[in-house]
Write a protein that binds this ligand. Sequence first.
Ligand code: FES
Ligand code: FES
Length: 155
Amino acid sequence: MISLKVNGKDYKLDVPENISLLWVLRDYIGLTGTKFGCGIGECGSCTVLIDGEAERSCQISAENAQGAEITTIEGLPENHPVKKAWIEEQVVQCGYCQPGVIMQVAGLLSKSQTPNAEDVIDAMDDVVCRCGTYHRIKQGIKTAVQIMRKEGSSS
Ligand code: FES
Ligand code: FES
Protein backbone atom coordinates (compact mmCIF):
# COMPACT_ATOMS: atom_id res chain seq x y z
CA MET A 1 0.00 0.00 0.00
CA ILE A 2 1.34 3.43 -0.91
CA SER A 3 0.12 6.96 -0.15
CA LEU A 4 0.29 9.69 -2.76
CA LYS A 5 -0.82 13.30 -2.79
CA VAL A 6 -1.93 14.29 -6.27
CA ASN A 7 -3.48 17.64 -7.17
CA GLY A 8 -4.11 18.25 -3.46
CA LYS A 9 -5.95 14.96 -2.90
CA ASP A 10 -4.68 12.04 -0.83
CA TYR A 11 -4.75 8.53 -2.28
CA LYS A 12 -4.02 5.19 -0.64
CA LEU A 13 -3.34 2.61 -3.32
CA ASP A 14 -2.49 -1.02 -3.58
CA VAL A 15 -0.11 -1.11 -6.54
CA PRO A 16 2.53 -3.53 -7.87
CA GLU A 17 6.06 -3.13 -6.61
CA ASN A 18 8.27 -0.91 -8.80
CA ILE A 19 5.38 0.49 -10.84
CA SER A 20 6.19 3.94 -12.16
CA LEU A 21 4.32 7.04 -11.07
CA LEU A 22 3.10 7.47 -14.66
CA TRP A 23 1.09 4.24 -14.65
CA VAL A 24 -0.29 4.85 -11.18
CA LEU A 25 -1.53 8.28 -12.25
CA ARG A 26 -3.11 6.90 -15.40
CA ASP A 27 -4.35 3.43 -14.46
CA TYR A 28 -5.00 3.63 -10.72
CA ILE A 29 -6.03 7.27 -10.23
CA GLY A 30 -7.53 7.81 -13.70
CA LEU A 31 -5.61 10.98 -14.52
CA THR A 32 -4.98 10.21 -18.17
CA GLY A 33 -3.80 13.70 -19.13
CA THR A 34 -0.26 12.57 -18.36
CA LYS A 35 0.87 10.68 -21.45
CA PHE A 36 3.11 7.71 -22.17
CA GLY A 37 5.54 8.41 -24.98
CA CYS A 38 8.88 6.63 -24.80
CA GLY A 39 8.95 5.19 -21.29
CA ILE A 40 12.70 5.84 -21.06
CA GLY A 41 12.86 9.45 -19.94
CA GLU A 42 13.52 10.91 -23.39
CA CYS A 43 10.33 12.49 -24.71
CA GLY A 44 8.81 14.46 -21.82
CA SER A 45 5.19 13.45 -22.55
CA CYS A 46 4.86 12.11 -19.01
CA THR A 47 6.09 15.28 -17.25
CA VAL A 48 4.42 16.28 -13.98
CA LEU A 49 5.42 18.62 -11.17
CA ILE A 50 6.87 17.02 -8.08
CA ASP A 51 7.23 19.57 -5.30
CA GLY A 52 7.17 22.20 -8.04
CA GLU A 53 9.92 20.62 -10.17
CA ALA A 54 9.16 19.27 -13.64
CA GLU A 55 9.96 15.55 -13.57
CA ARG A 56 9.45 12.59 -15.88
CA SER A 57 6.83 10.41 -14.20
CA CYS A 58 7.89 7.32 -16.20
CA GLN A 59 11.26 7.45 -14.49
CA ILE A 60 10.07 7.71 -10.88
CA SER A 61 8.67 4.82 -8.95
CA ALA A 62 5.33 5.55 -7.34
CA GLU A 63 6.79 4.42 -4.04
CA ASN A 64 9.48 7.10 -4.21
CA ALA A 65 6.92 9.80 -4.95
CA GLN A 66 5.30 9.32 -1.55
CA GLY A 67 5.38 12.42 0.63
CA ALA A 68 5.66 14.79 -2.34
CA GLU A 69 3.10 17.22 -3.76
CA ILE A 70 2.40 15.88 -7.22
CA THR A 71 0.67 18.09 -9.79
CA THR A 72 -0.59 16.81 -13.12
CA ILE A 73 -2.01 18.74 -16.06
CA GLU A 74 -5.48 18.27 -14.53
CA GLY A 75 -4.29 20.02 -11.36
CA LEU A 76 -2.91 23.08 -13.10
CA PRO A 77 -5.66 25.73 -12.85
CA GLU A 78 -7.46 26.57 -16.09
CA ASN A 79 -6.49 30.22 -15.60
CA HIS A 80 -2.80 29.38 -15.18
CA PRO A 81 -0.76 31.73 -17.42
CA VAL A 82 0.75 28.82 -19.36
CA LYS A 83 -2.67 27.33 -20.17
CA LYS A 84 -3.95 30.78 -21.14
CA ALA A 85 -0.92 31.42 -23.35
CA TRP A 86 -1.29 28.02 -25.04
CA ILE A 87 -4.83 28.88 -26.03
CA GLU A 88 -3.91 32.41 -27.12
CA GLU A 89 -1.05 31.16 -29.31
CA GLN A 90 -2.90 28.03 -30.52
CA VAL A 91 0.22 26.02 -29.69
CA VAL A 92 -1.38 22.60 -29.89
CA GLN A 93 -1.51 20.48 -33.02
CA CYS A 94 -2.43 16.83 -32.30
CA GLY A 95 -1.98 17.60 -28.60
CA TYR A 96 -0.39 14.35 -27.48
CA CYS A 97 2.85 15.84 -26.17
CA GLN A 98 1.33 19.04 -24.87
CA PRO A 99 0.37 18.12 -21.28
CA GLY A 100 4.01 17.25 -20.71
CA VAL A 101 5.22 20.39 -22.47
CA ILE A 102 2.86 22.59 -20.46
CA MET A 103 4.01 21.03 -17.17
CA GLN A 104 7.63 21.49 -18.22
CA VAL A 105 6.99 25.18 -18.92
CA ALA A 106 4.97 25.62 -15.71
CA GLY A 107 7.93 24.18 -13.79
CA LEU A 108 10.33 26.55 -15.54
CA LEU A 109 8.21 29.65 -14.91
CA SER A 110 7.57 28.77 -11.28
CA LYS A 111 11.31 29.15 -10.73
CA SER A 112 11.94 32.15 -12.93
CA GLN A 113 9.44 34.56 -14.42
CA THR A 114 12.19 36.05 -16.57
CA PRO A 115 13.73 33.03 -18.29
CA ASN A 116 16.46 33.84 -20.78
CA ALA A 117 16.81 32.08 -24.13
CA GLU A 118 19.17 29.53 -22.62
CA ASP A 119 16.73 28.65 -19.81
CA VAL A 120 14.02 28.11 -22.41
CA ILE A 121 16.26 25.90 -24.54
CA ASP A 122 17.33 23.91 -21.45
CA ALA A 123 13.75 23.42 -20.32
CA MET A 124 12.68 22.35 -23.80
CA ASP A 125 15.60 20.00 -24.26
CA ASP A 126 14.30 16.42 -24.38
CA VAL A 127 10.71 17.54 -24.98
CA VAL A 128 9.72 15.80 -28.17
CA CYS A 129 6.82 17.06 -30.27
CA ARG A 130 6.23 14.89 -33.29
CA CYS A 131 4.11 17.63 -34.83
CA GLY A 132 7.03 20.05 -34.64
CA THR A 133 5.25 22.80 -32.74
CA TYR A 134 8.54 24.08 -31.28
CA HIS A 135 8.18 27.55 -32.76
CA ARG A 136 4.72 27.93 -31.22
CA ILE A 137 5.95 26.50 -27.91
CA LYS A 138 8.59 29.25 -27.75
CA GLN A 139 5.97 31.86 -28.61
CA GLY A 140 3.69 30.36 -25.94
CA ILE A 141 6.43 30.72 -23.34
CA LYS A 142 6.91 34.39 -24.27
CA THR A 143 3.17 35.02 -24.00
CA ALA A 144 2.96 33.17 -20.67
CA VAL A 145 5.75 35.39 -19.31
CA GLN A 146 3.87 38.50 -20.48
CA ILE A 147 0.64 37.27 -18.88
CA MET A 148 2.47 36.59 -15.60
CA ARG A 149 3.99 40.07 -15.65
CA LYS A 150 0.64 41.67 -16.36
CA GLU A 151 -1.10 39.67 -13.64
CA GLY A 152 1.76 40.37 -11.23
CA SER A 153 1.56 44.12 -11.88
CA SER A 154 -2.22 44.24 -11.49
CA SER A 155 -2.28 42.33 -8.18
S1 FES B 1 7.21 8.69 -21.46
FE1 FES B 1 8.41 9.54 -19.90
S2 FES B 1 9.93 10.69 -20.92
FE2 FES B 1 8.84 9.68 -22.52
S1 FES C 1 1.34 18.55 -30.77
FE1 FES C 1 1.40 16.59 -31.71
S2 FES C 1 3.11 15.63 -30.78
FE2 FES C 1 3.21 17.65 -30.09
